[in-house]
Design a protein around this ligand. Structure first.
Ligand code: PLP
Length: 552
């Protein structure tokens, strides 16, 4: 055996693992599955109808494997999906460490699961504490390491402290231990950091580099247990022989596909922005709280905080029903606080006696998934985000129109639709209108600070008047008049239908009057005017409702 594989436990060399029904199938999908002793029926319960939970999921679900590789810019042969990244730690230890002989090296304060799995496998744990500045103590590491040190675990950013790790140290360690140890970089929190790509870009150049990633933290899927090991194809192949045959549940595969879809990723990016600014806010404000001694720099979604007494500090929060984590096993009087939603963070500060002057801004974003026999639509809107919208409906002209609404409405829209366009465009346009209206309605929340408005847009010979009231009382009066023939993908009738459906699901009163001689111009002017009217209506002008009734 050559290179990196010579590090594999000698008693596992060439071990092929369990031969499951899935492994033995030739990959050709036959419609009647009688090979895996599964139940032919779905079980009781609602959730199960969303995915075939009576069947084993694929060992490495192809669609998810492809989507995750693409999302993180990884060659698919370098990626193994695991049941959480914890399983990645476990199988690395099992594959490389012979009980009673081999060792791992950790640098505390560090994630405690490395040691847990090492003990379960009977591997010895060498420990070289981080330097005072939080970085690797390279001299001490080289002094401590032996020729039985198979794995070196480095969480980057660090857990539980939260700071960034020096990449050059990690690369120097890889170079020094080439052919002797694997360097396992645990990037559970990379997505929150200023360097979200982490060490992925150098993969491929460094044979003994292994990366762990997870959907548990930034991607909001802790409960579904989806992670991965990233590394040399040879390592991935050897690990896939020993991983349990079906590491991922069907529901986990379904949820992960959604999270990594274009709209799911857009929502994640938008939430990461919020978490970052909340962390900054919390880190500043917490210094005003009694009992806070020191807050450590963090490139994660948590703050490591030294207090005057961890137990007391936690008890003060407990009385308000707030749970944080005691970290005294890592450092005396330390606690760890995960960043929550803005209103949760404000409540935390209030519980600690810190005055907060900001108007607790609820997040004006929402997502909607709409699936029917005819269409499948994912929508995410963020009314306070100016990033470039991403729209694909399969109807280029309609994409262009929706883009006009988002640009002129001054909000972010991710809308991806797959519809029965081979029949006609009707279902797709109608269902996009309904899903978009519903998402905007959700994003508007309690509608505090909203105004009512209208706009007029000319386009050459055409003129569109749009008046909009986010009244909660759906009503649409749409009058579009044109003399020319329909343009690609969308005629006046479909445009009118779009505006009506949108008004209903948004819960808006919408009046549109548009006239012209060019179909394209009449429609485009109407969509632009709608965007402009929305922009005015969506501006948060204070914290009161613009209605004498006090409720919209
Ligand atoms: C949360 C965490 C993990 C575990 O992630 P799962 O995918 O949920 O198993 C791994 N490493 C670190 C540093 C973590 O904080």
């Amino acid at each position: 055996m050559s290179g990196i594989l010579s590090l594999v436990r000698s008693d596992l060399a060439g071990f092929a693992g369990y031969s499951s029904a899935a492994k033995e199938s030739d990959g050709f999908e036959l419609s009647i599955k009688l090979d895996a002793n599964e139940s032919p029926w779905l079980p009781f319960g609602e959730v199960s109808s969303l995915c075939p939970v009576n069947r084993y999921a694929e060992p490495q679900p192809a669609a998810l494997h492809a989507r995750m590789s693409a999302a993180w810019g990884i060659n698919p042969q370098q990626l193994l999906l695991t049941c959480g990244s914890d399983q990645g730690i476990d199988i690395l230890l099992r594959l490389f460490c012979t009980a009673g002989l081999d060792e791992i090296l950790v640098c505390p304060p560090t994630f405690s699961m490395y040691e847990v799995y090492a003990r379960l496998q009977g591997a010895k744990v060498l420990s070289v504490p981080l330097l005072e500045n939080g970085q690797l103590d390279m001299t001490a590491i080289f002094r401590t390491i032996t020729n039985r040190t198979k794995l070196i675990f480095i969480p980057a950013p660090n857990a539980p402290m939260g700071h960034a790790m020096n990449k050059d140290d990690i690369l120097a360690l890889c170079a020094e231990r080439n052919g002797k140890s694997l360097i396992v970089v645990d990037e559970a929190y990379a997505a929150f950091s200023n360097d979200p790509d982490g060490v992925v870009p150098v993969l491929g150049k460094i044979p003994n580099l292994v990366i762990l990633r997870t959907l548990s933290k930034a991607y909001a899927l802790a409960g579904e247990r989806v992670g991965c090991v990233i590394g040399e194809p040879k390592i991935i192949e050897a690990l896939s022989a020993i991983i349990p045959p079906y590491p991922l549940a069907q529901s986990a595969v379904r949820a992960a596909l959604d999270t990594l879809s274009p709209t799911g990723l857009a929502q994640t990016i938008s939430r990461l922005k919020i978490l970052k600014s909340e962390k900054k806010y919390l880190a500043e404000k917490l210094y005003e709280a009694e009992g806070v001694v020191r807050i450590y720099p963090s490139e994660t979604n948590f703050l490591f905080v030294e207090t005057t007494g961890a137990k007391d500090f936690m008890e003060r929060l407990r009385r308000f029903g707030i749970q944080i984590r005691n970290m005294e096993y890592q450092k005396t009087n330390a606690v760890r606080i995960s960043i929550g939603k803005p209103e949760e963070n404000d409540f935390l500060l209030m519980a600690l006696g810190v005055k907060t002057d900001r108007v607790s801004q609820s997040l004006r974003s929402a997502s909607v998934q709409r699936k029917t026999k005819e269409t499948a639509i994912d929508v995410f809107v963020d009314l306070d985000n100016r990033a470039q919208s991403q729209i694909s409906t399969g109807i280029p002209f309609f994409d262009h129109m929706l883009y006009q609404v988002a640009v002129h409405g001054n909000f972010f829209l991710s809308l991806h639709a797959q519809g029965d366009l081979h029949i006609d465009n009707h279902h797709t346009i109608e269902d996009c209108a309904l899903a978009l209206g519903e998402a905007m309605n959700k994003a508007l929340g309690d509608k505090k600070g909203l105004a009512r408005f209208g706009f007029i847009v000319p386009m050459d010979e055409s003129l569109a008047n749009v008046v909009l009231d986010l009244s909660g009382r759906p009503f649409a009066q749409i009058e579009m008049t044109v003399q020319a023939s329909p343009c690609d993908g969308m005629g006046i009738d479909l445009a009118e239908h779009f505006f009506r459906s949108f008004a209903v699901s948004l819960g808006a009163t919408l009046h549109i009057k548009a006239v012209g001689t060019n179909n394209h111009h009449v429609i485009e002017a109407s969509f632009k005017a709608l965007g402009r009217a929305l922009q005015q209506a969506l501006v948060c002008e204070g914290s009161t409702l613009p209605s004498t009734k006090g409720v919209l």
